[in-house]
Design a binder for this molecule. Structure first.
Ligand code: UTP
Length: 296
């Protein structure tokens, strides 16, 4: 099969409990933790919009109200900023609520990523769609997502983002067994969630971005609790492989898992250094700090 409809819809699961980032996530969603001065989920929504996705569904859960408020209007704040003549800030605040057509639904219980994606079925309908994890940010001007959408357009099949990871880290991810590799394009033979290091079929881990054919929903209906007792998206992809080819698109740089403390810190440092208004002073601070600590 070749050639298919353009993907319009993005699903952003953001209902996880964020236990790896406690205590910060006790009473606030991890997706709202700021990277420099923007909540991480805003980077994810902006990435989707930049890639041409016009309909965005965020899967939230209990205690995640702040996400909805963030993308809504805040008239009181806007009025205050207007009165004070803070027009740049006003523009930024308004842009956040004008990002696109954003919808929200709740996953009642956080039973796993597979369960969260299946909650999108009614909204997505019989169309291909993208999934962007709400706690994974990509700093690449949407290049990875755009190329995955192009691959979907060309082959009409599902596409997973894949990154090589070290053997000691593979047990944290979904891991694919590649069938054929052609540059950055991989054909997936099988996929397994959180394999033991010695059982991992390769060093290629699935990373936070997917484009799916709608048949993934039938597969999601058939999965049982898997790794960690959760309904795993990975298990549904394995079922999808029985009837359809699934592709992978490898990439190397730009991804930060902000649900993980170290990656969150890396993201803040890198993005702050990139900022014209903060970068020069922050980099001088870092150099001074390294000297004081005897690191350089
Ligand atoms: P993670 O495993 O990274 O999120 O799930 P988590 O469960 O919040 O993390 P920890 O392990 O407790 O720290 C990957 C993505 O799937 C979403 C999460 O919000 C995250 O974007 N997710 C996970 C759901 O939406 N629902 C779930 O039931 C589980």
């Amino acid at each position: 099969m070749s050639g298919t409809d353009r993907v319009r819809k993005a699903v952003i699961p953001a209902a996880g409990l964020g236990t790896r980032f406690l205590p910060a996530t006790k009473s606030q969603p991890k997706e709202m933790l700021p990277v420099v001065d923007k909540p991480s989920i805003q980077y994810v929504v902006e990435e989707a919009v930049r890639a041409g996705l016009t309909d965005i569904l965020v899967i939230t859960g209990r205690g995640k109200r702040a996400i909805e408020d963030h993308f809504d209007r805040n008239f009181e704040l806007e009025f205050y900023l207007e009165q004070k003549g803070k027009h740049d800030l006003l523009k930024e605040v308004q842009e956040t609520s004008d990002l696109g057509n954003i919808h929200f639904i709740r996953q009642r219980d956080p039973l796993g990523l597979g369960h969260a994606v299946s909650a999108a079925r009614e909204h997505v309908g019989d169309e291909p769609f993208a999934v962007l994890l709400g706690d994974d940010i990509m700093v690449d001007d949407s290049q990875l997502l755009i190329s995955m959408l192009d691959l979907h357009q060309r082959y009409g099949r599902s596409v997973l983002a894949l990154k090589e990871v070290g053997p000691d880290r593979i047990s944290s991810y979904g891991c694919v067994e590649p069938e054929a590799v052609d540059g950055e394009l991989v054909t997936v033979r099988s996929i397994v969630e959180k394999p033991q290091r010695e059982e991992a079929p390769s060093n290629l881990a699935v990373m936070g971005r997917y484009v799916f054919t709608p048949e993934i929903f039938d597969a999601l209906d058939r999965i049982k609790p898997g790794a960690g007792g959760e309904l795993q998206l990975t298990d549904a992809i394995q079922l999808l492989l029985d009837s359809q080819t699934v592709y992978g698109r490898t990439f190397e740089h730009g991804r930060f898992d902000i649900g993980q403390k170290l990656d969150f810190l890396y993201a803040n440092v890198e993005l702050a250094l990139d900022r014209p208004d903060l970068g020069p002073e922050f980099s001088a601070f870092l150099v001074d700090l390294m000297h004081r600590r005897g690191l350089i």
